[in-house]
Design a protein around this ligand. Sequence first.
Ligand code: GDP
Ligand code: GDP
Length: 436
Amino acid sequence: MKPIIAIVGRPNVGKSTLFNRLVGRRKAMVDDMPGVTRDRNYAEVNRFDVPFILVDTGGFEPETNDRLLQQMREQSQLAMDEADLILFVMDGRSGLTPADREVVEMLRRVDKPVFHLVNKVDGDKLESGIGDFYALGVETLYPVSAEHNRGIGDLMTEVCEALPVDRSEAQDEDITRIAVVGRPNVGKSSLVNRLLGFERVVANPTPGTTRDAVDTLFTWHKKRFLLIDTAGIRRKGKTTEKIEKYSVMDSLRSIERADVVLIVINAEEGVTEQDSKIAGYAYEAGRGCIFVVNKWDTLEKDNATLGRFVDRIRTEFKFLPFVPIVFVSAKTGQRLGKIMEEVDNVMAQYAKRVTTSELNRVFSAATAAHHAPLFQGRRVKFYFATQVGTRPPSFVIFTNRPEGIHFSYERYLANQIREAFGFTGTPLHLMFKGRE
Ligand code: GDP
Ligand code: GDP
């Protein structure tokens, strides 16, 4: 389970610049995959000593000056409650402000590592730019330049040392871990109660690794399943703005620990932006996914209603055409059994292995039917493909030009693999390796 790092600070201090710097986001990716990476304010980061989830708390809502202080308080509270480590960013060019002081006071009360950054210190002598910030009385200040990548490496070395050690339980291969995620009020706790209600709970809830997360183990058709953070899901009754924001971080945590993610959508409201963000994260994290459209009982239906809803989901989640959709009602119990059938099915696909000979038959046919575009005027040749892992299914493909494979060709190959082998509900991970 990866720790969460939150970035907090006034507008314009450079939070999103720092976010992009730490994520190492490539511009091309953003253009290539519209709707997936664009505007994302959280990401999984694997390029430092310890992998973590990074959240830019400033990205949760538009920032206006009149509400500045209140927003800063909310942001900081959010980070204090939910993150494992906080990067508080100030602006070395505009100097220390009263809002900065207030947040520093708030952060003193938190029992988590807090790093105080002075950003936009672009010059050669980093320390000379931060004189007045010593008035804050914090032990260590980190002068950095997010834009010019100065002081970031040293900062991250210390950040990684301060992160909590992962004490996550050894993964039991026989258990399918299910995360139920979605906006407040979509019916998550009703669904969880139903799922656990008609299946026998075989173990008492066991305390999770952090906070008061409680997972529940149950059996279905003689197989074992674990519902992640059932207490957290049930606790969410209120729908204040604050809880709305908390639910994103809760969702990320649950997704991190899951094999299969139930992305719950409210039939009454249709697909919202937050649904897309959560689904995008589950996809990038490489988890099995199922769309659960709940409150299906509330719609006036004719024989086109279902088809229209499917179309909408397929349009909104273009990057997830392989994810099954189930339409249910936690209230009436309609089609709830279908959820567990799909979980079982997606888990089987998520953990599936295909033989090297079958894979290469499909792969040679695919590369012959549709050649990869030339790279720097030269032909891209493919030699051999092999499945190197599961959960999610991962493949290594040997080629003379690993750097010359365009994203769209990669997607073509993934689609061909799907067409031949299914892999319903699971992302595929393709890696290209060089060989002359
Ligand atoms: P946010 O509102 O806190 O997310 O701030 P942004 O990341 O959008 O940055 C606000 C402005 O500060 C942008 O114009 C950035 O280019 C600029 N900026 C960010 N980091 C640095 C830095 O290290 N040095 C300088 N000189 N400018 C920076
Ligand atoms: P959560 O915040 O996502 O956990 O949502 P809850 O399970 O607390 O449900 C929010 C509200 O929606 C409650 O009033 C539920 O009774 C109601 N609800 C949940 N599922 C359904 C459903 O399938 N149909 C209808 N009509 N209402 C539902």
